[in-house]
Design a protein around this ligand. Structure first.
Ligand SMILES: [Zn+2]
Length: 739
């Protein structure tokens, strides 16, 4: 291989390049590469790339997922594996029992993935690429001289005579601690140094690393401190070190380890305090199960019996693992005021107990109401399993997640969610079962294996990605913020993951709506719901054209909508569908042209005529024929009617404005009545949204002009409650009504 020019970063291969290589390259599966670069070439290239990285000479991050393959099942404990050297490794061939033991001979290059040069026991070298690590250049994982196992190593092609060994699943790379019996004799170093420092010194060094945000180094140093202490009896120092390590583990999303550390700390505390030594607090397993039981209760009164620092950590761990409360009571204004771009994580308990996951007739599993709800009630509230926090404006956090097998690329929000999901699952076996129960599109059934009840579910990164695609949500920092943005602002939304709520299926006529406030996802009823009814939300607002919307559902989520509206419109003739669309497009271009000339009463009347013609396409022609749309939305009419409402408002024709506002509601399937000074909603198919709130706003203005204050107030009350339904908070309602 030629040594490339020093200005060219050869480690950041563009995804489309890789696709070409995979598609067009010769199939050499099972063979050994013809030529491999020498150690000098590999190391020199590596150093050049390190230098370019240090100079900031890199494109945007490209996380690459190759073609799916399951993680290795090799168990290093049971010796039923076969050690292989680089000379045994083949192209694209993962031998079931093979493991390679390697040593890194260079400092790692950490960017899109981690790349380093490795050698085997015989001194043969290779380029190693490790994907999906959580490392950073300041806190690397595969450091120089580290020894580790790569399970099922194989060569992957990167170009002409350019091969590397790549690891994608976290469990396929196992770092070996000094003294591990798998480390070849010639690589073993004399253990030393440990006894020369005491626990306090290790702790101090750990604290230093923590402050420098080198969390993995801090973890290692606290480990050393705890090892020194294990034969001494200094409970205060031990509690302190466990507490520190618990803190680092929380930062690193290792909640299972954090819970272990904390239960040890609390148990040691109890054993060493005379009045607690005989209590349940001294039993580590009791504390551990309390930390994991997701309950708000504290039967052991831990809060009053342990020092504040431990108590605070316990709260942290419990919230991060998830707590349940039995009622939908939340201090919404407080939460809303706390949440911002830099404070997404809110310490509240989940409320999921009044909904349950069950099989549906035709849409896989779904979410069902266990009790009845009134319109606007909170149905569930759930903290995100993962909601990545990064700076939207930060160019440095830009990245793409590229899946080679279907040649798709997820932009930054999806890429970050994927990265964090892998980490959270990797370190917390206790949370895996729940996550991996979600729909992966059949991937694991096809590629994976049976998992026993008590077995840890492996973190297969390809499966994580399938589950992410089918089950994640785009989320604003606060749903209310979306309403206050200038039109066409199109802000970047984060991608987050909510396990329980993601079971809710789509319906174009939903009975619930999702809103976000930081990492909490609320679901509220858009109409009254009976106990036992399925809870549905709109994944996206439905396309006017039935064929276009079904295609979107099929392509994005792999289902067809069977809601009443889709059932009704699925039976429409081609001519009707085309006529409606054509009319809609004509109206749209008329409105666009108006924009240039300005609106006059004559032009509004012209559009009103067009809207009546479109309306006729929804109305039965035969005498006495029932109206199939009597209770259903007429989607093509929504935008034209909204335009008319606002146009009449613009020329201060309030009677016409109100007529159109009623029509607007009706076109969403919401029929209201005004009788004897009483305003009421007679039919509501659940399509509550910002336009329906707007319709109410215009109605209230109309009643105000007519000095019908009682009606105005009733309309305002409904508007306020719908505003709360769609935004999750009442903040800025007055502001919205003024615009
Ligand atoms: Zn539908």
């Amino acid at each position: 291989m030629m040594i490339p020019k020093a200005t060219e970063n050869t480690y950041e291969v563009a995804a489309d390049q890789l696709v070409k290589i995979i598609k067009n390259g010769p199939n050499k599966a099972g063979q050994t590469p013809d030529r491999l670069p020498s150690r000098e070439t590999l190391v020199k290239t590596h150093e050049q790339n390190l230098k370019l990285l240090a100079e900031g000479n890199v494109p945007i991050r490209n996380i690459i997922l190759p073609r799916p393959y399951p993680p290795s099942r090799v168990n290093l404990e049971d010796s039923a594996f076969e050690k292989v050297l680089l000379k045994h490794v083949r192209i694209d061939e993962r031998k079931p029992k093979a493991i390679g033991i390697f040593r890194a001979v260079t400092a790692p290059y950490v960017y899109s993935s981690t790349t380093t040069v490795i050698e085997d026991e015989e001194g043969h070298v290779a380029k190693l690429t490790v994907g999906n690590l959580e490392d950073s250049p300041v806190d690397p994982i595969v450091t120089e001289n580290a020894t580790f196992v790569v399970k099922q190593p194989c060569w992957s092609r990167l170009g002409e005579s350019n091969y590397h060994i790549r690891v994608d699943h976290p469990s396929d790379l196992v770092l070996l601690e000094p003294g591990n019996r798998l480390i070849p004799k010639t690589w073993r170093q004399k253990e030393g140094g440990i006894a020369t420092k005491d626990a306090a010194q290790w702790k101090k060094e750990g604290d230093m690393m923590f402050l420098k945000k080198k969390f993995r180094k801090a973890l290692k140093l606290y480990n050393k401190g705890l090892r020194v202490l294990s034969d001494a009896s200094d409970p205060t120092a031990e509690i302190d070190l466990y507490r520190k390590r618990c803190g680092v583990n929380i930062v690193l999303l290792r909640l299972d380890d954090a819970a272990n550390d904390l239960s040890k700390a609390i148990s040691i505390h109890a054993k060493s305090s005379p009045d607690l030594s005989s209590s349940q607090l001294a039993d580590q397993s009791t504390i551990h199960s309390w930390l994991n039981n997701r309950s708000t209760e504290d039967p052991l009164e831990i809060a009053s019996k342990v020092p504040r620092a431990l108590k605070e950590l316990a709260t942290r761990v419990k919230f991060d693992l998830g707590i349940e409360q039995s009622s939908p009571v939340y201090d919404i204004p407080l939460i809303s005021s706390y949440v911002g771009p830099l404070s997404l994580h809110v310490d509240v308990a989940n409320y999921t107990c009044d909904t349950e996951v069950r099989d549906t007739a035709s849409q896989g599993r779904g979410l069902y109401a266990k009790k009845s709800f009134r319109a606007n009630d909170i149905i569930s509230a759930e903290k995100a399993f993962v909601l990545p926090g990064y700076f939207m404006q930060d160019k440095g956090s830009d990245c793409l997640l590229y899946s080679l097998h279907d040649e798709t690329a997820a932009p930054r929000p999806g890429a970050w969610l994927f990265k964090e999901l892998v980490q959270k699952l990797r370190w917390n076996p206790s949370l895996r079962k729940e996550f991996f129960s979600l729909d992966d599109g059949g991937y694991w059934k096809e590629c994976g294996w049976e998992i026993a009840e008590d077995e840890d579910v492996p973190v297969d990164v390809f499966r994580v990605e399938f589950i992410r695609r089918y089950n994640s949500f785009s989320a604003p920092t606060r749903s209310a913020d979306l309403l206050n943005q200038p039109p066409n602002a199109n802000p970047e939304l984060r991608n987050g993951f909510w396990t329980h709520s993601s079971y809710s299926n789509h319906s174009c006529l939903p009975n619930a709506i999702r809103t976000f406030m930081g990492d909490i996802r609320f679901m509220r009823a858009t109409r009254d719901i009976e106990a036992g009814e399925e809870i549905t939300t709109q994944y996206v607002s439905p396309d006017i054209d039935i064929d276009a919307r079904q295609e979107k559902f099929r392509n994005t989520w792999g289902f067809e909508c069977t809601c009443e509206l889709c059932t009704l419109e699925g039976k429409l003739g081609k001519d009707t569908k085309e006529a409606r669309l054509r009319h809609f497009e004509e109206l749209k271009s008329m409105v666009m042209k108006l924009g240039e000339k300005g609106t006059t009463v004559t032009s509004i009347k012209k559009i009103a005529r067009g809207v009546r013609e479109l309306e006729a396409l929804y109305t039965p022609t035969g005498e006495g024929e029932p109206d199939p749309y009597a209770k259903f939305p007429r989607l093509a009419l929504v935008h034209p009617t909204l335009f008319l409402t606002e146009a009449w408002r613009g020329v201060k024709n309030y009677d016409r404005m109100m007529d159109c506002a009623y029509k607007l509601l009706r076109n969403f399937g919401i029929i209201v009545s005004v009788e004897d000074d009483k305003f009421s909603v007679v039919n509501n198919v659940g399509m509550i949204n910002v336009e329906t709130v707007r319709a109410l706003k215009y109605l209230s203005e109309g009643f105000a002009v007519k000095e019908e204050t009682a009606l105005r107030d009733q309309v305002l009350d409904t508007a306020r409650s719908w505003y709360l339904t769609i935004t999750g908070a009442e903040n800025d309602f007055e502001e919205f009504m003024k615009l």
